[in-house]
Design a protein around this ligand. Sequence first.
Ligand code: SF4
Length: 302
Amino acid sequence: MFNSFNSAMKKRFGCKIYKLSLSGGMTCPTRDGTLGTRGCIFCSADGSGDFAAKPCEDIAKQINNAKALVAAKAKDAKYIAYFQDYTNTYAPTTRLRRLFTQAIKPDDVVALSIGTRPDCLPDDVVELLAELNRQKPVFVELGLQTIHESTAEYIRRGYKLEVFDDAVRRLRAVGIEVIVHIIIGLPGETEEMIYDTVRYLADMRIDGIKLQLLHVLDGTDLADEYRQGKFDVLDMDKYIDILENCVRLLPPETVIHRLTGDGAKKDLIAPLWSADKKNVLNTINRRFREDGVKQASRYKAD
Ligand code: SF4
């Protein structure tokens, strides 16, 4: 049906792969006063890393703690060290080198994945990532969310699309795979606007994508807007309709890392149907089967 993270990783590494969520203890330019102080409008105080380990410099300890969480089901599995929360290249390269080198040290860690922003990838950081990529595969995950500037301004993303384009070009030039996060259901976006974003990434033949449902989380400015009735969230049927079309538009080789999002349940305000993740994934799988969804069936290569 589609090129899922699980199947792509199994094919590549020969076994089940789990991601170990780690924290580099960084912040974001949208939080520390450089570009703003309140973060992106939808982002929780935990910096999109609600399941990340408690920040500390001891990466070996974080890895062991994260492994313990999946130990029961992870027999003979291998791992991707995943720096998830905040902006994980927002620090001097000496510190990044120490963190990332520790993270890829264990034999059963087969790759490194780094969540960050395209405006936080100066050349010396890209050089460091290229060097690490020669030891183990490095994936960079970029939170683009949308290609539309009006929405980007509304969500306070803090960088223009050309900054993203440039970062992707420089990362790929040194052989680093790029995974892009987009959000489905952002206020003010029509369905066609969502497909524009997906088509844009499809044209780039992006290596991986996370399709994420907009979550409204308590304590965010987005929650205030929602409570004031300024926008509606998607219902599950509509979300799956859109998801199906996104999958059809993507090229066959793009790895689909996620079909929904992972917000902290305790903070979730809307849509509440998304709290039952098992039911959501089962429903997506059933609908994909019933509707004969096939990745790339509407993808048009140049
Ligand atoms: S979405 Fe990313 S860049 Fe924006 S505030 Fe949250 S962690 Fe920082």
